[in-house]
Design a protein around this ligand. Structure first.
Ligand code: PGA
Length: 252
């Protein structure tokens, strides 16, 4: 059976002290009251990784970065490599988030390098895809998402693809308070699973965790997570409050 995953994307929020406090709260709530069948991941700013890895119960909470360098090492001032992320004890890296694609010019070519380095370092990529509002309005969302996957992770050999968690995040739903309807989310995730089945076989498709992200909260999560193809969520805003995040973790 595939894993159910609830991953928090802390984005560029919290100082180190605030991040530690939040991780402590989440750790306490998850270890005391969290659904044990859910893989919980906290994707923190780079500066918080080491501390957060130390303070959470590693059996219950995974820790991840929100990005990594496209190069292994060397003269790339300001970059943080996949090996550095791994050396903190983190296990995951969010890649291809729409904010990185849009504000930092991350192309499929760049993302392919990042995915390869992430996998080579034994980290699990949480690979994001999703369309903008104009694309959805033009009813071109399926072609858009297919291209994002075809140009990147679908180029990988099957044994690598099966290590990846996919997150579908329609850009128009991120941080806007507008969630995709349950039908829209289920339809897209079923479509993505179908693409994986066509390319890599049904067994791989059935094992791949595919998450929904975009204004997911404790209220809408139960309905979203009840859908057959929605294996959890990538959570931005609601992951910054312990009780809200716990509510989503316990939404299954
Ligand atoms: P949101 O962000 O939950 O605040 O909409 C989700 C994300 O960007 O991963």
């Amino acid at each position: 059976m595939r894993k159910k995953v609830v991953a928090g994307n802390g984005k560029c929020n919290t100082t180190l002290q605030e991040g530690i406090e939040l991780a402590q709260t989440v750790n306490q709530l998850v270890t005391e009251k969290g659904d044990k069948n859910i893989t919980v991941v906290l994707c923190t700013p780079f500066t918080h990784l080491t501390k957060v890895v130390e303070l959470v119960d590693g059996n219950r909470i995974g820790v991840g970065a929100q990005n990594c360098a496209a190069e292994a090492k060397g003269a790339f001032t300001g970059e943080v490599s996949a090996a550095m992320v791994k050396s903190t004890g983190a296990g995951y890296v969010i890649l291809g988030h729409s904010e990185r694609r849009e504000y930092y010019g991350e192309t499929s070519e760049i993302l392919n390098k990042k995915v390869a380095l992430t996998l080579a370092n034994g980290l699990t990529p949480i690979y994001c895809c999703g369309e903008a509002l104009e694309t959805r309005q033009a009813e071109k969302q399926n072609e858009w998402v297919k291209r994002q996957l075809d140009e990147t992770i679908f180029q990988l050999p099957v044994e690598e693809v099966s290590k990846i968690i996919i997150a579908y995040e329609p850009i128009w739903a991120i941080g806007t308070g507008v969630t995709a309807s349950t039908e829209q989310a289920q339809e897209m995730l079923a479509y993505i699973r179908g693409l994986i089945a066509d390319k890599f076989g049904k067994e791989v498709a059935d094992k791949t965790s595919i998450l929904y992200g975009g204004s997911c909260n404790a209220k809408n999560a139960p309905e979203l997570f009840a859908q057959p193809d929605i294996d959890g969520g990538l959570i931005g805003g609601a992951s910054l409050k312990g009780e809200d995040f716990l509510g989503i973790i316990n939404a299954y």
